[in-house]
Design a protein around this ligand. Structure first.
Ligand code: AMP
Length: 278
């Protein structure tokens, strides 16, 4: 089946009407292997795999990179086709937001205003709103999200559970370059020198995880402080490097809790995020 690109909601609904198992991979385009790996997870579980490409203005802050976010539609469609995607939904802003989006999904602040949400106010309202809207448009049986965006995945899982949306959410593991750097559309902003430095973010998460295992959770404040100093000394501007409970992304309180190390830091003008389950 050759891939089909549709731009309108009505056209998409007509194309999906008879499909028993719609698998969905939402993206903002400028696709890399990480996105394609999510499509490959959806493929065997779906009668049709839909991927959306939409750079969602709602989730960008006023000083963020909405205008310069890379838009590479033709290459994206070819890549999606080779990964086994059947249908690309690529609405323009007038199609998705014909009037200003006054109705929004507000995830609970204890999850949405920490970590990414603290440094990017309104980000998760924008994400939850567009994902909820895309779910209503595509009406998938399953949707695949990357673990690379750990907090986003948790917020979407919780939204689906609390809103009783009949959608199975599947997590795709983070796809990395050979040197450990998590693939990201924003990696394209890095200079050659910054690209050589960028894997240090994941290396530091690995170091933090090893220290937590060796020293226990009492050492977490020291591990976090050391990591912030270490990355700043390399010229990064860190937002956070932290150890949290997987369950709710709050600081750990007991020794037997499953944990995750999460990081966000700016290298030059490029903000990178990553995480590692411990
Ligand atoms: P984006 O286009 O950045 O909004 O990402 C679309 C989807 O791809 C989200 O579910 C991301 O978590 C996922 N994603 C981004 N980078 C990676 C990666 N390196 N590995 C796996 N999934 C990813």
């Amino acid at each position: 089946m050759t891939i089909r690109v549709v731009h309108h909601i009505a056209e998409l609904r007509a194309a999906l009407a008879a499909q028993p198992a719609v698998g969905f991979v939402p993206t903002m385009g400028n696709l890399h292997q990480g996105h394609l790996d999510l499509v490959k997870i959806a493929r065997p579980r779906s009668s049709v795999v839909v991927s959306s490409i939409f750079v969602n203005r709602l989730q960008f802050g006023p000083n963020e990179d909405f205008d310069r976010y890379p838009r590479t539609m033709e290459a994206d469609v070819r890549a999606l086709e080779s990964a086994g995607c059947d249908l690309v939904f690529a609405p323009d802003e007038r199609e998705l937001y014909p009037v200003p989006q006054g109705y929004k999904v507000h995830p609970p602040i204890e999850l949405a205003d920490i970590l990414e949400g603290h440094f990017r106010p309104g980000f998760f309202v924008g994400v939850a709103t567009v994902v909820h809207k895309l779910f209503n448009i595509v009406q998938p049986q399953l949707a695949v999200f990357g673990q690379k965006d750990y907090q986003q995945l948790m917020i979407i899982r919780n939204m689906v559970a609390q809103m009783a949306l009949p959608i199975e959410i599947i997590a795709g593991p983070t796809t990395r370059a050979g040197d450990g750097l998590a693939l990201s559309s924003r990696n394209g902003y890095l200079s050659a020198q910054e690209r050589a430095e960028a894997p240090q973010l994941f290396a530091l998460l690995e170091h933090m995880a090893a220290r937590v295992k060796a020293e226990g959770i009492a050492a977490v404040p020291a591990i976090e402080a050391d990591a912030l100093l270490a990355i700043a000394a390399r010229g990064w501007k860190p937002d956070y490097l932290t150890i949290r409970r997987r369950a709710d992304l709050q600081p750990p309180s007991a020794t037997d809790e499953p944990l995750v190390a999460l990081a966000a830091a700016k290298l030059g003008s490029t903000r990178l995020i990553d995480n590692l389950e411990i």
